[in-house]
Design a protein around this ligand. Structure first.
Ligand code: PLP
Length: 461
């Protein structure tokens, strides 16, 4: 392959003033990487997370709805984001508001971590399939809301509650989707009967769904169906008044034009001729809180909008965004160890693709890593085409299989910065593979425009 036929669609990541400031500060990146052992570091921007969360809450306000935004905690393990939720709750309480923010947890560890951050049990929502008795017991003791996934789970929770009226939502299996989560019509009927029989043990709040995929109209259709279910449940004598829309709001990682160019181009170059069947939609026209707004305010054909239906029938909404609250709230810095000058080249970074989870789902994290050089590059440098490999002995441990066009040849001591990694990418899959330490998480706050760092608060579970 000669340099002249190498080409690569550029997919530069969308940035923020915070990412611009942090990535422009080479001494800061050098100090952090050196100070924390020379491997990758994850840098977090909890202020961006809080802005994203407020954006979701504002949609409920503007639509005249009572709504709660539960952060889907599994998307990032950092304490900084749980702390940010605790701050949001406290600020709102001072303003005389409650029930605007909370955390969606799915394990005993996440529950404890949320409590330790200062989020009260009553502001927690518990999701996940068949929850262990310990988790259900915590829900009873702390007055958390439990999303029920099966009638037998409801029976177990009612026994643990024994008169404490723990609040529950019934998770609905969406039709015709095939999922291992949620209850079908028969199971829902049975659970509704159980809730009536155990009215002092469980308080049935309403219904929830969580869809995979990123379709707004499917979410709108589901929400419409759940409005009907709430009304039918009331007719049976249940005090249903809430619908949870789940999570799954799309976010954009790259600009629309670049994404269009990427999807139009069929001949992408990948290391070792690697091919992928599908990718996350790295650009969507409607993202995050705007997607929530579109779901609740734009009516499905022949129906009222969700917002209107909820107002008419006194229904409040929950939502459980994970990725969308973390949009542009974190980056990951990998130090360059070496460069193989082939055509195309191979850059080896100190770190593994375990810190870039998308690589473990038979697909690729596509946004171009940003090259931050340790030294000022030579004038008029030639572009350098390369993939990015990990510092491990696994042939398949690649951070980027795609051949990326870098502005010049990277050198040891430079950094590759992967943007927008806070949502699922940075820590879902990390392990001490090869006896390498788990990369640290560092919170960076801009004080008068200058970055000030601190280590994410350690977890004491
Ligand atoms: C994972 C999950 C979420 C969050 O999904 P995102 O795609 O990160 O918004 C919300 N609710 C449930 C039940 C989940 O399992």
């Amino acid at each position: 392959m000669t340099r002249s036929i190498l080409r690569s669609v550029r997919l530069p990541a969308l940035t923020t003033p915070w990412t611009d400031t942090v990535t422009a500060d080479r001494p800061l990146l050098q100090a952090l990487v050196r100070g924390f052992g020379g491997g990758p570091v994850h840098l977090l921007d909890p202020a961006q997370f809080a802005r994203n969360a407020r954006g979701f809450a504002a949609v409920f306000d503007e639509a005249g709805l009572d709504g709660t935004v539960y952060f889907g905690k599994k998307a990032n393990k950092a304490n900084a984001f749980a702390d940010a939720v605790a701050d949001l709750v406290t600020t709102d309480r001072r303003a005389g508001r409650s029930g605007t923010f909370g955390i969606d947890v799915a394990s005993v560890g996440e529950f404890r971590q949320a409590l330790a951050a200062g989020v009260r049990g009553r502001d927690l929502l518990i999701t996940g399939p068949t929850k262990p008795a310990e988790l259900l017991g915590l829900a009873v003791r702390h007055d958390a809301v439990v999303t029920i996934d099966s009638p037998s789970e409801l029976r177990a929770l009612a026994a643990l509650s024994d008169g404490l009226g723990v609040r529950v939502l019934f998770r609905v299996l969406p039709q015709p989707a095939i999922s291992r989560f949620g209850m079908n019509d028969d199971e829902l009927r049975y659970a509704e009967r159980l809730a009536l029989d155990h009215a002092t043990d469980v308080a049935m709040l309403g219904y929830s769904f969580h869809l995979s995929g990123y379709s707004l109209s499917e979410r709108r259709d589901q929400a419409c169906q759940l409005v009907d279910r709430v009304r039918a449940a009331r007719a049976q004598g249940l005090a249903a008044r809430t619908i949870s829309l789940g999570g799954g709001y799309p976010i954009s990682y790259v600009p629309q034009d670049d994404w269009q160019r990427f999807t139009n181009e069929t001949a992408h170059a990948f290391h070792a001729g690697k091919q992928f069947d599908s990718y996350y939609p790295y650009h969507s026209a409607i993202t995050g809180a705007q997607a929530l707004r579109a779901i609740v305010t734009e009516p499905a054909p022949g129906r009222k909008s969700i917002a209107q239906s909820c107002q008419d029938h006194g229904i409040s909404l929950f939502t459980e965004p994970g990725r969308a609250l973390l949009d542009r709230a974190g980056i990951t810095v990998f130090p360059v160890l070496g460069v193989k000058e082939r055509e195309p080249g191979m850059i080896v970074v100190n770190g593994t693709s375990l810190s870039l989870s998308e690589q473990w789902f038979d697909t690729e994290f596509l946004p171009d890593p940003q090259l931050v050089s340790a030294t000022t590059p030579v004038a008029d440098p030639a572009p350098f085409f390369a993939s990015v490999g990990a510092a491990t002995c696994l042939e398949s441990d690649m951070l980027t299989w795609r051949v990326i066009e870098f502005p010049h040849r990277p050198a040891p001591g430079d950094f590759l910065v992967y943007h927008n990694t806070a949502g699922y990418q940075m820590d879902s899959n990390e392990s001490a593979f090869h006896d390498t330490p788990i990369p640290p998480k560092v919170v960076i706050t801009l004080v008068d425009g200058r970055p000030v760092w601190e280590l994410d608060r350690p977890t004491s579970n």
